[in-house]
Design a protein around this ligand. Structure first.
Ligand code: NA7
Length: 542
């Protein structure tokens, strides 16, 4: 049974609720973390900024938002009952259904009583004497706990470029990750979309069908590959339900926790004809197979990568009628897969519509947002709606947007401003004892690694309590070695050849370093388990 929570009065500051643990965020990681900590017998409060559960699947309501992971691999694997009770409608499930799923989970496991909604965390401050974290919400409410787990997400701090005049626009404007709950009606409207990342690629074909005129402002074209979504037949649904054990076994063995595994051959081990046949075969398959089931040197050998990149460019050229537009849509300045591959449905066909215009902002940069629309170096475009599909301050942004202060009053923001993202295993950062990060920072099908991470943190907290320890934090030496190891691995891949959120280089001024552990998820998990087997090697337990 969870301990009864207590309230105390901190001198002159009003009521402070006391918990064993506080979880920040009620998305995929946060909901499971709450469930596991409660199961452990801890008193837990989850603070969630939104008015409902879902995290990414709560905030990103833009048209077309959906999984790029196969639905049967994205759902939680930790409850056999849940696996049998939930039916996925589509092979790559859409946002409304994903939000419903996470609501279903919250209800089924009675998680809501432990969640406070509309509760944005402002600060998280460590009291060294008491070994407790003081958490304060934007509304001034305060709570205190021995453990804090941030499940605030890797892609939740939105990024809007600071265009001059951005607040002067008289029409409607939306960032894709803060999309309104009410339907936005584009009928007959003049709409702008800034950005052509994975989000925009999902949104553009849908808005193009509705809007009077859609103008896409593109800085960097992406290698977009066909998603090949479809409805799940009752037979397939039943087959998944009968074989979830096999599905989960498989995704725990593949490098990135998808159903796909690399072809063990090198690209140039096979003849040109055979290679092309293999590319076509991959292209015809749904999901990330084109990336993650390709020849295994695709992300390490520049010529191999270029061979497939040109194949993708030819696919784009074949679909876009105007050769000038087609060429603008062909990426040439970064290797295939060095940025996240957007998966698309009728994306390239949108550019064949008379009401869709592509503006290359490398040729004519955006100079300002004006009351009427967008001014580039070439002309002023007038709009009724501007959509910012401009991405996120990934991984670090959700954490540095809170005032998190550890030992000696050091802020996480300052620590990472000078060092860049610095953690040990992505799970903790030195100087912030009992502060855990429950977000998946491996290259991994999100839920799969999030489950591992939540389970690792839960076991760690259990260990601390059972063995009579009070706190855990990594040593600076172990953390530095981990960061160096991750960057060393990245240097052997083509990942650093692109400006992307993987490298933090999508945000002006952000320190450039690999933000996701660039190794197989299986290797990441193995390392985390080894650390435990070696008595929490690299951590100090006191
Ligand atoms: P991304 O992939 O970071 O894409 C953001 C887009 O916004 C990208 O095309 C950027 O161009 C563009 N952008 C950003 N700043 C500007 C300025 N100043 N001018 C013009 N264009 C700009 O974010 P998404 O939301 O699409 O996807 C994020 C992840 O969510 C995705 O990888 C999935 O994992 C889910 P750039 O490429 O930087 O030239």
């Amino acid at each position: 049974m969870a301990k009864v929570q207590q309230r105390t009065m901190a001198a002159g500051t009003g009521s402070v609720e006391q918990f064993d643990a506080i979880v920040i965020g009620a998305g995929v990681s946060g909901l499971y973390q709450l469930y596991r900590l409660r199961q452990l017998g801890l008193s837990v409060r989850c603070f969630e900024d939104g008015s409902g559960v879902g995290g990414t699947w709560y905030w990103n309501r833009y048209p077309g938002c959906r999984f790029d992971s196969e639905s049967e691999t994205y759902g939680y694997s930790w409850s056999k009952e849940l696996l049998q009770e939930w039916n996925w409608k589509e092979h790559f499930s859409g946002q409304p259904e994903n939000e419903q799923y996470l609501n279903f989970v919250a209800d089924k496991f009675h998680l809501r009583p432990n969640i406070q909604f509309n509760a944005r965390v402002k600060s998280v401050v460590y009291d060294e004497q008491a070994n407790r974290w003081d958490v304060e919400l934007e509304n001034g409410q305060r709570a205190r706990a021995q453990f804090v787990v941030s499940a605030a997400g890797i892609l939740s701090a939105r990024y809007t470029p600071p265009f001059p005049g951005i607040d002067s626009f008289k029409g409607q404007s939306f960032h894709t990750s803060r999309w309104p709950k009410e339907k936005v009606d584009f009928t007959g409207k003049r709409v702008a979309c800034i950005g052509t990342g994975a989000t925009a690629v999902q949104l553009i074909p849908i808005v193009a069908k509705e809007a009077g005129q859609l103008t896409v402002f593109q800085r960097t074209p992406n290698y977009c590959a066909p998603l090949r979504n479809g409805l799940v037949s009752p037979e397939t649904q039943n087959q998944w339900k009968a074989t979830y054990d096999t599905i989960h076994k498989r995704i725990r063995e593949t490098p990135f926790a998808f159903m796909h595994d690399f072809d063990p051959r090198n690209t140039f081990d096979v003849s040109k004809e055979e290679r092309l046949a293999r590319y076509e075969e991959l292209w015809a398959q749904p999901g990330f197979s084109k990336w993650l089931a390709n020849f295994h040197d695709i992300m390490t050998n520049r010529e191999a990568n270029e061979d497939f990149a040109e194949f993708v460019r030819n696919k784009i050229r074949a679909r876009v009628k105007d050769p000038v537009v087609a060429e603008k849509l062909c990426p040439k300045d970064h290797p295939f897969g060095s940025k996240r591959i957007p998966l698309e449905t009728e994306y390239y066909e949108a550019y064949n519509q008379d009401n869709v215009l592509l503006v290359d902002v490398r040729e004519t940069p955006i100079e300002a947002i004006t009351p009427k629309g967008i001014k580039t170096s070439d002309k002023e475009y007038e709009f009724d709606v501007i959509i910012y599909a401009t991405g996120f301050d990934a991984i670090t942004g959700a954490l540095t947007s809170m005032d998190i202060r550890g030992e000696g009053g050091q802020t996480l923001k300052d620590k990472w401003a000078t060092k860049g993202l610095s953690t040990y295993l992505g799970l903790q950062t030195a100087g912030f004892p009992n502060f855990f990060i429950a977000t998946n920072t491996a290259f991994c099908n999100y839920t799969v690694c999030a489950e591992w991470i939540v389970e690792w943190i839960t076991d760690c907290i259990r260990h601390i309590r059972e063995k009579g320890f009070k706190r855990i934090a990594p040593t600076p030496k172990a953390e530095d070695a981990w960061v160096e190891h991750a960057n060393e691995l990245a240097s052997h891949t083509l990942l650093s050849d692109a400006k992307s959120w993987f490298m933090g280089s999508n945000i002006p001024g952000k320190k450039r370093a690999i933000l996701l552990y660039p190794n197989a998820a299986t290797a990441y998990r193995q390392k985390c388990l080894e650390v435990v087997a070696n008595g929490y090697e690299g951590f100090v337990l006191q």
